[in-house]
Ligand binder design. Structure first.
Ligand SMILES: O=c1[nH]c(=O)c2[nH]c(=O)[nH]c2[nH]1
Length: 307
């Protein structure tokens, strides 16, 4: 009997933690290690398993988890997490007729090579702070979407920031200022323009290098030159300039989304006007992230007009 429902399902495994080491002599730069938290979610035609006891089309989530380790083992050369996600996505969509789409999400634990006596260590690492992530969607047709990002990228400057000229009405208490601390924890996502597996560059495209490049451009634009900096009239304007610089510098990035909470450093004034205990002179602040401003925007490259 046909039922009056439309059913869509997907399944997979989350928080699959895998670490891969590639052994290299010290002269070749030393060992490489990655630690990834992988989530795989497949769109699979196994509707009878939802509506009856027929599990015959299910690729078990346990098998999905096992596949992550098999593929990590098979990657005998260093791969970026974007490439690894594509390998997994292609595997599930090509091996199983019932799987039409796979989404692979990876978050990296940022192990960074340590420097000892000024030299990069051949096999010593420490954990960094900000995290690199990717989300790759692969369809059976080979169509592809790759988004990568950075999370937890905390940036602050002690001056060269202000905020003035905003709406004045009965709700406004904040004075205009041309001198404040600006602090944020950047979350960025950007999209690579490869829309089909056939468009992936044949020489290993260094997604990892691009991540480092984006991180550098974001910080350089936020801070400005080391000696004088650059004045920020608002988080909004700085966010826009950061996004614009990423798209301008990297033609292989087609859009970028930035989220930059405004983590306030409040001036500390204690006591009364007549008998001040602490009088603020751009020196003592109360840092707080609760509440905080939320500022975000997406910038998309316009395709070049065909002349
Ligand atoms: O750069 C800022 N943008 C705002 O939208 C805003 N709102 C606010 O109270 N302070 C700030 N600062």
């Amino acid at each position: 009997m046909a039922e009056n429902f439309q059913l869509q399902g997907r399944h997979g495994k989350s928080r699959v933690r895998v670490s891969r080491v590639w052994r290299r002599p010290a002269a070749a730069g030393g060992d490489v290690i990655v630690e990834w938290n992988v989530a795989v979610s497949i769109v699979s035609d196994c509707l009878p398993s939802y509506t009856s006891s027929d599990n015959s089309a299910i690729v078990a989530t346990d098998s999905i988890k096992n596949t992550v380790y098999v593929k990590a083992k098979e990657c005998t050369e260093v791969v970026s997490m974007e490439e690894f996600a594509v390998i997994l996505g292609r595997h599930f969509t090509s091996l199983y007729p019932q799987v039409s789409e796979a989404t692979v999400t990876i978050v990296e634990r940022p192990w960074e090579r340590v420097t000892v006596d000024g030299k990069p260590h051949s096999h010593g690492f420490k954990v960094g702070v900000e995290k690199h992530s990717t989300e790759v969607i692969v369809k059976k047709s080979g169509s592809l979407r790759i988004n990568s990002g950075i999370q937890g990228y905390s940036l602050l400057k002690t001056t060269q920031s202000g905020f003035e000229g905003f709406v004045t009405d009965r709700y406004r208490l904040l004075p205009d200022t041309r001198e404040r601390i600006v602090a944020t924890e950047v979350t960025a996502w950007w999209r690579y323009p490869f829309e089909h597996v056939s468009q992936l560059p044949s020489k290993p495209f260094c997604f990892t290098q691009r991540y480092q490049d984006v991180k550098k451009v974001l910080a350089e634009t936020f801070f400005g030159p080391p000696d004088v900096g650059v004045y920020s009239p608002s988080v909004q304007n700085t966010l826009y300039l950061m996004a614009k610089e990423v798209l301008t510098r990297f033609p292989d990035i087609s859009s970028v989304q930035l989220r930059m909470p405004n983590l306030h450093f409040l001036p500390v004034n204690l006591g009364s006007k007549e008998a001040p205990l602490v009088k603020f002179a751009d020196d003592v602040y109360l840092p707080t992230d609760e509440p905080h401003g939320t500022i975000e925007a997406t910038l998309i490259s316009r395709p070049m007009s065909k002349l």
